[in-house]
Design a protein around this ligand. Structure first.
Ligand SMILES: [Zn+2]
Length: 272
């Protein structure tokens, strides 16, 4: 089973450190915060992702997943900006499909973190239509839809996720379980897997506390990790074990390698 870590800037040095720390894969996240790349020429888009892919593979690591550009808040964006962002996500998925990356993670479109949608049903339908558009671009990668933090918006729980999967109606659409986002909702892996366990193909493992999305190291927040470990076994989860904590970004110098090793050991503990 692959032990993977999200990576903002999959440069050669960072990939080598992950290899030295005992990881077996990297998750490409450079793509999530650079939507402008995916509005450039096809060749520029391809070279951008291929550069990360080459650095990862040359370090002896596999690729766990790629994160598509984040959706933007519908609260403060013009229709043109929203459409551009959808196109950037579609283009990212098309590019990823050319590079043998098994999974591409997408977020649903939401209103600002804690702002209620003025018309929840309209927002829900907007997401159905958008996710269908994005799925059509995935010719050689599997789209995984991620659960969200925040007290408003869409897809907060396993039940929300099950309803969206059913409404989108694409049997190839799968799920990325983000544990920190679930902690934000005071929910558990048991509840999430009971709703969509057979569709969970990727993970974003990090910890948090109710009402906040903090991307903490496992154990620093309130998520029920014993429950999580039990559920992975119960459902015979076969995907990679992917961390999305911010923990190591605060660790400098030589200690950084030790930090990566510490987190890798915690991740391995979930599948022992
Ligand atoms: Zn996530």
């Amino acid at each position: 089973m692959l032990i993977s870590r999200t990576c903002f800037g999959a440069d050669k040095e960072y990939c080598k450190m992950l290899f030295d720390a005992g990881y077996t894969a990297v998750d490409i996240n450079d793509t999530s915060h650079k939507p402008e790349i995916f509005l450039q020429s096809e060749d520029e888009q391809f070279q951008f992702v291929k550069n990360a892919v080459d650095n990862i593979k040359n370090a002896g690591l596999a690729i766990g997943q790629c994160h598509a550009p984040h959706s933007i808040s519908l609260w403060c964006s013009t229709p043109k900006e929203v459409e551009q962002r959808i196109v950037a996500i579609e283009n990212c998925v098309k590019t990823v499909s050319k590079l043998d990356i098994p999974y591409t993670v997408i977020h649903p479109f939401v209103f600002a973190f804690n702002n209620e949608a003025e018309n929840p049903e309209k927002l829900w339908q907007f997401n159905i239509d958008t996710i269908r558009r994005i799925c059509k671009c995935a010719t050689n990668t599997t789209i995984c839809l991620e659960n969200m933090p925040g007290t408003a918006g869409v897809i907060r729980t396993g039940e929300d996720m099950a309803r969206m999967l059913s409404d989108v109606g694409d049997p190839n659409l799968m799920v990325c379980l983000d544990t920190g986002h679930l902690a934000c909702q005071s929910s558990t892996a048991t509840d999430f897997f009971a709703a969509v366990g057979d569709r969970v193909k990727t993970l974003h493992i990090h910890d948090s506390i109710p009402g906040q999305d903090l991307h903490l190291l496992v154990g620093e927040g309130r998520f029920d990790w014993e429950d999580f470990k039990t559920v992975l076994k119960e459902y015979n989860y076969q995907g990679s074990i992917n961390s999305e904590s911010n923990f190591v970004y605060n660790v400098k110098g030589e200690l950084r390698l030790e930090g990566q090793i510490l987190e890798r050991k915690i991740l391995e503990g979930f599948v022992k």
